[in-house]
Design a protein around this ligand. Structure first.
Ligand SMILES: [Fe+2]
Ligand SMILES: [Fe+2]
Length: 204
């Protein structure tokens, strides 16, 4: 019991709002849509790291940290495509991403270049933390054992990315300021999720 609680703590990453586990059941009835949406989430994760590298090529630690993450996210994209193909599906079109659009409105503008960088890193950490939490729910609740294993593996990978983004943010602003702002991000993200109707065909 204690071990299970520790694992839950480890993979919910201090999020304020827990996803209703029934979401996995709804998602299991829309597996084509959820996999398609998931594939695009992985593509956006890779693109977001590439954009940061393009915008901050002078930050050596950032380039070193994000380059392997781009490769991992792209490998995840490829793995999700395989899961679609195994089921006789092909990649559908990307949908409007309300969750990401709402998070982008949380990013503070008008500060220094470092402050803006930290905002972008915290936004990435947020998406990783929530993806990790959702993957954990899928890994525990889907009836398809192979997909449970797949999501368990990805949950661990995204938890690592979440840690990397937070560590990186602490390179550019003092750790206490980063954590203070992180708590604001966590609260803002909970408000965003409360306002979005949960759907079984969406990862967020
Ligand atoms: Fe990923
Ligand atoms: Fe990730």
């Amino acid at each position: 019991m204690i071990k299970a609680m520790e694992a839950k703590e480890k993979y919910t990453l201090g999020l304020e709002m827990a996803t209703d586990p029934r979401w996995a059941d709804i998602a299991s009835h829309h597996i084509r849509d959820i996999l398609t949406d998931h594939a695009w989430c992985e593509q956006k994760a890779a693109s977001s790291c590439i954009s940061l590298i393009i915008q901050y090529p002078d930050r050596v630690r950032l380039v070193e940290t994000l380059t392997p993450i781009v490769a991992e996210e792209w490998a995840h994209f490829s793995r999700v495509l395989e899961e679609l193909n195994k089921r006789g599906f092909t990649l559908g079109a990307a949908r409007k991403d309300e969750y990401i659009e709402a998070l982008m409105r949380v990013v503070k503008k008008g500060g220094s270049r470092e402050q803006y960088l930290v905002e972008k890193l915290l936004m990435n950490a947020m998406v990783e933390a929530r993806s990790c939490e959702r993957f954990r729910i899928l890994s525990k609740n889907l009836s398809d054992k192979a997909l449970c294993d797949f999501y368990h593996e990805l949950m661990i990978s995204e938890a690592g990315h979440y840690k990397s983004f937070l560590l990186l943010a602490k390179e550019y602003l003092p750790a206490d300021r980063v954590m203070e702002r992180w708590r604001e991000w966590v609260a803002a993200e909970a408000d965003i999720l409360r306002a979005i109707v949960p759907r079984g065909d969406r990862m967020h």
